[in-house]
Design a protein around this ligand. Sequence first.
Ligand SMILES: NC(=O)c1ccc[n+]([C@@H]2O[C@H](COP(=O)([O-])OP(=O)(O)OC[C@H]3O[C@@H](n4cnc5c(N)ncnc54)[C@H](O)[C@@H]3O)[C@@H](O)[C@H]2O)c1
Length: 508
Amino acid sequence: MSQALSTQAVVAVVGTGAMGAGIAQVAAAAGHPVRLLDNRPGAALQAIDGIRAQFEKMAAKGKMSAEACAAAGGRLQAAEQLSDLADAALVVEAIVESLAAKQKLYSDLEAIVSEACIFGTNTSSISVTAIGAALKHPERLAGLHFFNPAPLMALVEVVSGLATDPQVASTLFATATAWGKTAVHAKSTPGFIVNRVARPYYAESLRVLTEGGADCATLDAVMREAGGFRMGPFELMDMIGHDVNFAVTRSVWNAFFNDPRFLPSLVQQDLVDAGFLGKKTGRGFFDYRAGAPKPDPATEALQTLPGHIVICGRSPAAMALSMRLTAAGVAFEHTNASDGRIAQAGDAVLFVTDGRSATQRASESDVANTVLMDLALDYNKATRMALTCASQCSPTAASAATGLLQACGLKVSRLADIPGLVVMRTVAMLANEAADAVNLGVCSAAAADAAMRLGVNYPKGPLAWADDVGLKAIRDVLANLGTSYGEDRYRISPLIQRHVYAKRNIHD
Ligand SMILES: NC(=O)c1ccc[n+]([C@@H]2O[C@H](COP(=O)([O-])OP(=O)(O)OC[C@H]3O[C@@H](n4cnc5c(N)ncnc54)[C@H](O)[C@@H]3O)[C@@H](O)[C@H]2O)c1
């Protein structure tokens, strides 16, 4: 592994908007002299004022000493023109997201900087290989992809194009690490790691919504309270802005030659067409205008606890229900289970979803009163659980299953009988996408998991999560979704298939 750039090395940041200013702040705080250049008059000085104000805020909160604050602020210098960057050891660009603009900037810079100077583009979606194609020395260029806001987000993707010198990627990796970030290596493929692997987080919920599985507020609540995600997909898309989120989905879909795995959603297209871009326009999936009510998630009314409860088997879901019932002082029996059931409540039989609808599963197993539960990040800690009942299930059985989960202290959201509920199909597809990225050499399994934890705050890396759920269970969910929908979208990554056959975890 290469050494990080010395703190004496001059770092230039070109483009001092949201990202460039954040990156300049990180580099100055780490001890580098930083030159800031922007083609908008006054923008670099404005960015410097903003960064110094940030340092002062940190000093006021005791997160930085007064000396460190003054020293870091003093390392920032506005540049007037490209030639002022001649002594830079690293030029990070965070200019407009345009291939032509980035190519021109770096090819102009090649005539100015030393041969040893390395280039780190902060592009989120343009091929690093394509930017490098305009350079005399494309080997000196790599992606240095920070997340917004750069001073707070821990992740940096170091992205190698076809011509990138591994030493350059290694130096950038070490430098980002020295700057207090967690760096991950990635190959320059569409979406790099995070923007590719995150697509199903939005796509699966959008599909459940489109199929009438539940409304946005309910799906968000299930994803937060059972899935452990910080924000539900709909509130998150509203926050990001549908124009931005839809553009990323479209660009990844286009870049993969319209692979159905990344197919954009017509529901989101409609929001963009309507100008309902989310919080910033006052309307998206939710209504943010003054006085608009915030919709509550659909939660089942309290049901009577059935007289006879049996917990079946020792799966994490079954064990959590038994712990929760014990804590609530509810009596139950415990038996083994040969068909994967986790509980019986009165006439109802509960299973965790395997990607089939409850109706299909009831029909295939001859258990009419089939009730399916969703995946939870931790069944012991979840506060809400989604369930769905087979068409054949009696209302009494549905009520008994609901009563059992409520007795366990869970709020219950009943979804229409879509296959795979919502947390399970989302996690299975996130893991599938991460596995495919690993299988195609984009990144390591550890990098994929770190990227998703740190780049988008997932509660667990998708591959570690799949290992915990059981890779075979994840494979079955994907296979059943594939059969239900008959779409290539749910094709299973060969990496997951191989590991299931080898009876190994991804992280073994
Ligand atoms: N905003 C994000 O969440 C985010 C996250 C990661 C990466 N990115 C990427 O970072 C880059 C910048 O994004 P941003 O959100 O900071 O944009 P921004 O619009 O806030 O800032 C871009 C800045 O670059 C300047 N600029 C444009 N062309 C220039 C040129 N040729 N030379 C010098 N300055 C120029 C503009 O005046 C502006 O100040 C883009 O490539 C974007 O895809 C953005």
